[in-house]
Write a protein that binds this ligand. Sequence first.
Ligand code: FAD
Length: 319
Amino acid sequence: MGKKVLVILETKDGKLRHVSLEALSVGQTLSAGGQMVAVLFGPDSAAQVGEVSKYGPAKLYVVEGEAFASYTTDAFLQAAVQLVQTVEPDIILLGHTAIGKDLAPRLASRLGIGLLSDCTRVLQRDGQIVFERPIYAGKAFQQRVFQEGTLFATLRSNNFETNEQPCDTELIPFQPTVQDIRTTIRQIVRKTAQGVDLSEAKIIVSGGRGVKSAEGFKVLKELADLLGGAVGASRGACDAGYCDYGMQIGQTGKVVTPDLYIACGISGAIQHLAGMSNSKCIVAINKDPEAPIFQVADYGIVGDLFEVVPLLKEEFSKI
Ligand code: FAD
């Protein structure tokens, strides 16, 4: 019998997050012969139905109302619990975003079910659904199956193909009872002003202590802008005050999986690799030929980044 899949969607700046589209695409496969439904929170959720319906859910539950204008743990958790009790899904999927990381474990705990977080692959083998996730800071991968109960997983961004499967999605308003909300969002202050979201960027130009100053990051920003990418950083660069911690990639920063990661003046410490080693193509620029970053790089350039990056910019601008 086909499975019923519930995908919890997320928007940012009025647009569906890319990882939500990835989750819907995974949901299409897992719900073959069954049904996929989705849920969206926030006052303008209904406006997203056109975009959502391109990815195949039979129903879109919209949880409107002021309490859902911005994420708060209390409101979203109570609504999600009630929705799961209404929908009774076999499988729940959502992105491994900041919200996903906050909501998923609490939801699993309230529902008394297991959770596999930060999955990078979902396979079907011998009639079972297998979830794969990195362990030991990305040095190995673990494959897990659920023995019983609802299957619940968060998915890492940029690891799954998006697949359009247009359908007539039915819009269903959902009005949960929420109470005792302990937090109020008064203002959202963005620390990084860059246009492309680092955690979902397809191209990242990242700088380390070798960039030597905040001024030095300008050359990286120019290359990122030319490529339509985002700028990231090592903790070394953040600790040195060259850039904001919101740009930090690694074990204690953001985990990214872009198509192209250009590491400039980054030595390649294990804690940095934990955040970027699954990138599809890694280019390292470092003047030390022994730098550990070259061990994970697909292409290595031994040289001064202040000579190499402008050359790359010049060549890319010809394309
Ligand atoms: P360095 O190690 O100092 O490397 C600078 C590199 O730049 C060198 O390889 C040098 O050869 C090269 N270089 C210098 N000048 C140039 C030039 N002109 N052109 C080209 N190359 C040049 N780190 C993270 O990044 N992310 C994390 O999330 C993170 N979490 C951590 C958590 C814990 C608990 C701990 C203990 C550490 C963590 N770290 C993290 C820190 C990590 O161990 C390293 O200290 C850090 O990644 C080093 O940053 P870096 O590569 O920029 O600096």
